[in-house]
Design a protein around this ligand. Sequence first.
Ligand code: IMP
Ligand code: MG
Length: 181
Amino acid sequence: MAEPPASHPIAVLYSAETIAARVDSLARGIAQRELWAPLIVAVLKGSFIFAADLIRALHAHGLKPEIDFIFLASYGGGTSGGPVEILRDVQSDITGRDVVIVDDILDSGRTLLFARERLRSKGARTVLSCVLLDKKARRTEVVAADFTGFECPDRFVVGYGMDLGNHYRELPYIGIIETAG
Ligand code: IMP
Ligand code: MG
């Protein structure tokens, strides 16, 4: 039998309106980099809504991005430094391309570090990164994003594509789960 829908108290951290304004300014910043035929590589699953909004904002700023996806899973969590596994790799030919990795949260940094190395090793000309949230308190790797939407407190957040056990991705805002993390 299916589980009942999850229900946790959630406090709004960034509203839909605040997110939309920030996505537009991120797109403006990316457009200013004069990338040649940029390829957006969205890290599944958490970044799918952010990436969908970002490519439309890039269009509004005059870019014609292509989009591809990489599905990564990291194990061991937090500070234990477990491996990152590729569940689905990019399909595009990356050789000589200007690539922008798009992810939801920069947490330990292992996912972004892995994705960056992977795309460089496939021959990208440039690899930039754009993350929606930066949870600086939990960083274990020396890695920073080129574009960051918002700072994120050291709390568990959901919504706008991000989940808790696959729930809450549909929320139009980013919220803090008040009883977890
Ligand atoms: P890391 O930077 O490799 O540690 O992993 C970042 C990934 O962990 C993100 O892309 C998210 O998928 C996930 N993650 C980290 N913190 C949260 C959170 O607060 N809510 C939902 N997912 C999170
Ligand atoms: Mg993720």
